[in-house]
Design a protein around this ligand. Structure first.
Ligand code: HEM
Length: 501
């Protein structure tokens, strides 16, 4: 055989090997549920329209469920994922913590933003962080932020909303409001009052670039690392926030004995009591190191700003389409003797009153049910098992289609589940299936910030309505979803009215 033939034979051999590799990599087994055929490298993210923006995640999974049934296959790039759409599936998966744990596919590459944030951890390290972090976000703790949330909402109305003005950027304005709240909660910093402070700039930059980074999660990991390393604005923001966090820790540690009884004013200060530089998971140990505390705060900022801001902007959209609902919330506030309009500042919107606002509670729940803030969550199987007859092997990734469950007509009976009807929670849907509404996921990896998010949302809604704010529809206000880290309203164009009386 001539030596000249060797290179083409080798090339052909390599091509055949690559072909076999990809064929195996992207092949389904006979036991797999149905799904769209994957493409090499992209899986289904390109041919489904997800990458091109033709479809958002929630829209896509709704369409797939209609086409393929309640369990189907989805290829997230080269990852083969099983998607489960029924509340019974969610119940089985969420309640079996020994078989299903966090999957890196939930928020890919999040570990590059805050490697010690609870969202990225598993096993013993997750348990150690959970012991510190879960109690921090329980309702009993977060109700202390009531005054802060009211103060920030008032600032938002006074500085960001004008009467009889049509807004096209309310989603961004909602982000500023939530950023303001989280700056108070995390650092005790008033962003609105110190709009040009280094902390304000750092927070804005951190949230912006972290959001951009999470949108490119399908890119190779090394590229993500390079992006963060070379992005000097992100690096500067990270450094400023770290220094601020270290400063607060130091101040808290140097507090005099006489001020020890004072309640810590922010999240970092609250976490200082669990500071333990020796904390590790090999020996039984508890607490968090300073670096871990900082990452947990970054995690709360990242996970807690965009999500709740998106939910608030969906509230504004639904209100513009349902003036009757706004009227009914205002009626309820009046029935509780809350002063309205400009007098609202002096009126007591306290915890007791807030808890008695039943209709406002239904509106908050309906926003969280119908708004596709986080359409899915993910789990990875830690051992072989079977769910609804579908075999799952150890290491398999699953998606739980939260948004599909939240509006499945088989589980929601009061009118059309695709419609915004807060009254459903007063009538037939009051006692819905416990896993039919899974906006915050479930089980041991359920959303850590759910009490905070619900409390913030209800309080912001009540205050906006109490201050006489209404949202009016316009011809350009056609809704639709835009997939960012969360699914935001695509066309939110509403006229704001403020009734000062
Ligand atoms: C409307 C607002 C929010 C929505 C819709 C939302 C939704 C979710 C969902 C669906 C999950 C996954 C749960 C699972 O896999 O079972 C999650 C996890 C998480 N969320 Fe939220 N979230 C919101 C607000 C917040 C806030 C305000 C914070 C914190 C300040 C937060 C922090 C977290 C954390 C740390 C996790 C991971 C928990 C773990 O893995 O152990 N979230 N969230």
């Amino acid at each position: 055989m001539s030596i000249l033939l060797l290179p083409p034979i080798l090339a052909l051999f390599t091509i055949i090997l690559i072909y076999i590799y990809f064929k195996r990599q992207y092949s389904s087994s006979p036991n797999d549920p149905p799904g769209q055929k994957p493409q090499i490298i992209f899986g289904n993210i390109f041919n489904s329209g997800l990458l091109t923006g033709r479809k958002t995640g929630p829209e896509l999974f709704t369409a797939y469920q209609q086409e393929y049934g309640d369990v189907f296959l989805f290829w997230a790039g080269s990852h083969k994922c099983l998607v489960f759409c029924l509340p019974e599936h969610a119940q089985t998966i969420f309640s079996d913590r020994h078989t299903f744990d966090q999957s890196p596919l939930f928020i890919p590459n999040f570990d590059l933003l805050c490697p010690n944030g609870i969202i990225t951890l598993s096993g013993a390290k997750w348990k150690r962080h959970a012991r510190v972090m879960l109690p921090m976000f329980k309702r009993a703790k977060i109700v202390h932020y009531l005054e802060t949330i009211l103060h920030c909402t008032d600032q938002f109305i006074d500085k960001h909303l004008d009467d009889n003005h049509t807004y096209t950027d309310l989603t961004l304005r909602c982000q500023s409001l939530l950023m303001n709240i989280i700056a108070f909660i995390a650092f005790d910093h008033d962003l609105e009052a110190q709009i040009d402070s280094s902390c304000a700039r750092a927070l804005q930059d951190f949230i912006y670039y972290a959001g951009q980074f999470m949108m490119t999660a399908w890119l190779p990991r090394w590229l993500g690392k390079l992006y963060l390393k070379l992005n000097w604005k992100y690096q500067r923001a990270h450094r400023v926030l770290r220094e601020l966090s270290e400063q607060i820790v130091e101040q808290e540690q140097n507090k005099h004995n006489d001020s020890e009884s004072q309640r810590p004013k922010n999240l970092i200060a609250s976490l200082v009591s669990s500071l333990n530089e020796q904390a590790n998971d090999e020996q039984i140990s508890s607490g968090l190191t300073q670096a871990e505390i900082f990452d947990e705060v970054l995690m709360a900022i990242t996970a807690g700003t965009e999500t709740t801001a998106t939910a608030l902007s969906w509230f504004m959209f639904y209100m513009s389409k349902h003036p009757r609902v706004q009227q009914r919330i205002k009626q309820e506030l009046k029935e509780h003797d809350l002063a309205m309009g400009d007098n609202a500042h002096s009126s007591l919107l306290n915890l007791e009153t807030l808890d008695s606002l039943v209709y406002c509670d239904c509106v908050t729940k309906e926003v969280l049910r119908l708004a596709p803030v986080a359409g899915i969550t993910a789990r990875r199987a830690t051992r072989d098992t079977v769910v609804d007859g579908v075999p799952i092997h150890r290491g398999q990734d699953l998606y739980v289609a939260l948004y599909n469950m939240n509006k499945d007509p088989r589980y929601w009976h009061h009118g059309d589940p695709n419609e915004f009807i807060p009254e459903r929670f007063l009538f037939e849907d009051k006692n819905h299936h416990p896993y039919a509404m899974v906006t915050f996921g479930g089980g041991h990896r359920a959303c850590l910030g759910q009490d905070l998010a619900q409390f913030e949302l209800k309080l912001m809604i009540a205050r906006l309505m109490q201050r006489g704010v209404s949202f009016e529809d316009t011809p350009e206000n056609i809704g639709g979803c835009k997939q960012q880290v969360t699914c935001r309203p695509r066309h939110l164009v509403v006229r704001v009215r403020i009734d000062h009386n």
